[in-house]
Design a protein around this ligand. Structure first.
Ligand code: B12
Ligand code: SF4
Length: 343
């Protein structure tokens, strides 16, 4: 990947009467700071933002109370920063050369979502975004407001990414870039500057429904609509307590997150690998077996979780997932070794 950057083409004329800072210069700086994609969306009443409340009402957020609490602010970035005029969205490719979970036939191998193999993207991207904001302030002498977020802010990141031309929201609900695929982290700077905005990305899923069909828990209820209660990513990361019995076996050997609906996506067939050291798999997770994870002491696991996105589950949550995955692996092995019924 190295030096590749895809800059959305500014096809639309600026909606603002005078331009105070050059968006193209921001994109070049974003590239130098390690972002693969950068585009600019308007801080406006975007139609896709409205679906969020319906999604909450359907109960699809599960027990993620923070989404309910921040629903009003998530409806529009101008409720987060009233002076907002634009949203500078960045994307980083975190793909590496390791095989997909769907390519692994061994039920005893622990499946960990690709995004969690390296350093915690919140920390890595926040530092880079802070550097971008600092550069903007140095370049632009007049005062302006800027607020950077990676994941944790009350912002519907995918919607702004789509409107910044980073990629379209696919049927699996992930943002897909035509060149890089969907192995992307997103981050943004809400900004009071009236920058030139980019053309939104257009939907290129077509008639394909591979992600919906491949999901082991039928979590994608309809194109672009995900029920978190059924999603393995939610169940293994956000859900506390016992696993719903009806879904425990479908989790298979996933111990943290799930990538299946992205692994089957045709737009990821040619997805390039990142050489960024931040995303390279940590030794502790690289091809690790369930039994080995189970055997590690709490101190060893806590050490491996430090500075990793996987720290969200804490040791206790990871252990719960490993135990479920071990049960599933044993059940799968027993089925494979059961003698055929006599005819
Ligand atoms: C809550 C959350 C989750 C939840 C819910 C996911 C979901 N699909 O909503 C759970 C825990 C399940 C989850 C899982 C994952 N997540 Co998450 N998650 C978030 C978070 C914090 C909020 C997302 C949100 O607002 N969801 C609510 C729904 C309504 O919003 P949405 O998915 O964006 O939905 C839009 C589309 O559905 C759209 N739409 C498009 N087409 C259509 C068609 C119709 C008919 C309709 C009605 C709507 C519609 O409308 C919605 C906008 O309102 C964001 C960070 C952020 N602040 O945005 C990260 C984020 C979305 N997650 C991310 C990642 C990486 C993941 C995982 C890949 C991690 C993993 N491997 O386990 C999985 C992917 C699972 C999946 N298929 O989505 C990345 C996604 C990057 C990308 N390329 O898209 C984000 C942006 C974090 C980041 N900064 O990088 N996540
Ligand atoms: S992440 Fe896994 S469980 Fe969640 S929607 Fe995608 S395939 Fe289904």
């Amino acid at each position: 990947m190295g030096n590749f950057v895809w800059l959305p083409f500014s096809a639309q004329p600026s909606a603002f009467s005078h331009r105070v800072m050059d968006g193209a210069a921001i994109k070049i700086q974003a590239k130098q700071l390690g972002f693969d994609l950068c585009g600019i969306a308007p801080a406006a009443d975007l139609p896709e933002l409205k679906f969020f409340n319906e999604w909450l009402e359907r109960g699809y957020a599960g027990a993620m109370a923070y989404l309910q609490r921040s629903a009003e602010r998530r409806a529009d970035v101008r409720r987060v920063m009233p002076s907002a005029q634009t949203v500078i969205v960045v994307g980083v490719n975190y793909n590496t050369d390791r095989p997909y979970s769907t390519e692994c036939a061994d039920p005893h191998r622990a499946q960990i979502a690709r995004y969690a193999w390296g350093d915690d993207y919140h920390d890595v991207m926040a530092k880079r975004l802070d550097a971008l904001v600092a550069w903007m302030h140095a370049e632009h002498r007049e005062p302006f407001e800027a607020c950077a977020y990676v994941d944790t802010g009350p912002v519907q990141e995918r919607v702004y990414a789509q409107h910044a031309g980073i990629g379209w929201i696919g049927k699996n609900t992930c943002v897909i870039n035509p060149q890089l695929g969907s192995w992307l982290f997103l981050g943004e700077i809400i900004c009071s500057l009236p920058l030139d905005i980019d053309a939104p990305a257009f939907d290129q899923c077509g008639a394909c429904t591979l992600c919906i069909e491949a999901c082991p828990t039928q979590a994608i209820r309809e194109p672009g609509v995900l029920d978190s209660n059924r999603c393995i990513s939610y169940l293994t990361i956000e859900h506390h307590g016992d696993m719903p019995p009806a879904l425990a076996s479908a989790i298979g050997s996933h111990v943290y997150g799930c990538d299946i609906c992205q692994e089957v996506c045709p737009w990821n067939v040619m997805a390039p690998n990142s050489e960024d050291p931040a995303w390279q798999p940590r030794l502790a997770w690289d091809g690790v077996g369930l039994a080995m994870l189970e055997a590690r002491s709490d101190a060893e696991l806590a050490g491996a979780l430090k500075g990793s996105a996987m720290r969200r589950t804490k040791v206790q949550g990871l252990r719960r997932n490993v135990r479920i995955a071990l049960d599933n692996a044993e059940a799968t092995a027993a089925t494979r070794h059961r003698p055929a019924d006599p005819v």
